[in-house]
Design a protein around this ligand. Sequence first.
Ligand code: M6R
Length: 366
Amino acid sequence: EKGGYDHFMLKEIYEQPKSIKDTMRGRIHLDKGLIALGGIRDYERALANARRIIFVACGTSWHAGLVAEYLFEELTRIPVEVEYASEFRYRNPIIYDDDIVIAISQSGETADTLAALEIAKQKGATTLGICNVVGSTISRVTDAGAYTHAGPEIGVASTKAFTAQVTVATLMALHIAHFKGSINTSQFNRYLFEFQSIPDKVERVLEKAAESKVIAEIYKDATNALFLGRGINFPVALEGALKLKEISYIHAEGYPAAEMKHGPIALIDENMPVFVIANQGPSYKKVVSNIEEVKARSGKVIAIVTEGDKDVKDMADYSFEVPECDELFTPLLTVVPLQLISYHVAVMRGCNVDQPRNLAKSVTVE
Ligand code: M6R
């Protein structure tokens, strides 16, 4: 059932063009210029008028929440908070009845996320779910929601569930922004047109998978790694670090690139691989100077760049190209090479990729 792949994780990485497309299917209507999200239809107005949206989640799903924060704030101008469910539940959180609390969970069974939702409900907030498992506990206890259609995810390391979560968050943010008028119809249609080309662009990233193996071979013996990104790609840096540590047991940390000089820069020497998301976009020039800072300290830079890039490619030790797309959709592309590199590093180190030590697919105890 691994479909010819050595591991479920690799199969699931390769399934992403399809799982993203499946998650978009029946929801994007270019001809009519609309997004249909049946599950949240009754809550569109509540979302558009929300005082605040709070995402609660754990692990990779929390990273998807951080991406959602950028999407929702940029497109809908509604204030967003993203909370670790485990912290939120024990903090006696301040929740208003015109807040919307959205749980993101692949399994729909994560104990802390479920408990966070129960508290939000008690305090009178509307609760929504973004789950992958149909009929899961979280999908049942929420007022409404929108499923990801990633299909079963077997590998403990989440890959296609993450990109499907980001896909649903993008659809929701675009839809609510259009509904409330924070983006106009021509902006909305332009985003829609561009967004539906993402699965093909993910496919193009996967066509270059061989390069991720070359990079993995070179850095597989590292004991530490840093992942840097800015803006909407800062959460992708966190996700890249989580992927590497959970399956290869290499200590890795993700940071917003500009935070480096507030501490982690002290770690950089010739043995430290630094993975930098340096795609073209509003942060590009800033990221270029962060790369210069790393190189000045003999760090090794592996950069994720936009096709046709020159400046970063000249500076970096290795680079991996992803197709150009609107900044808001870039996490769906930039995360893929990081998933692939982690996978290959873990295989080369002889780790149990699909079932890493000490980890369970679904954390149903706190
Ligand atoms: O099922 P959930 O999305 O609620 O799970 C949340 C985390 O346990 C999960 O994302 C975990 O961090 C993964 N192992 C990451 O790859």
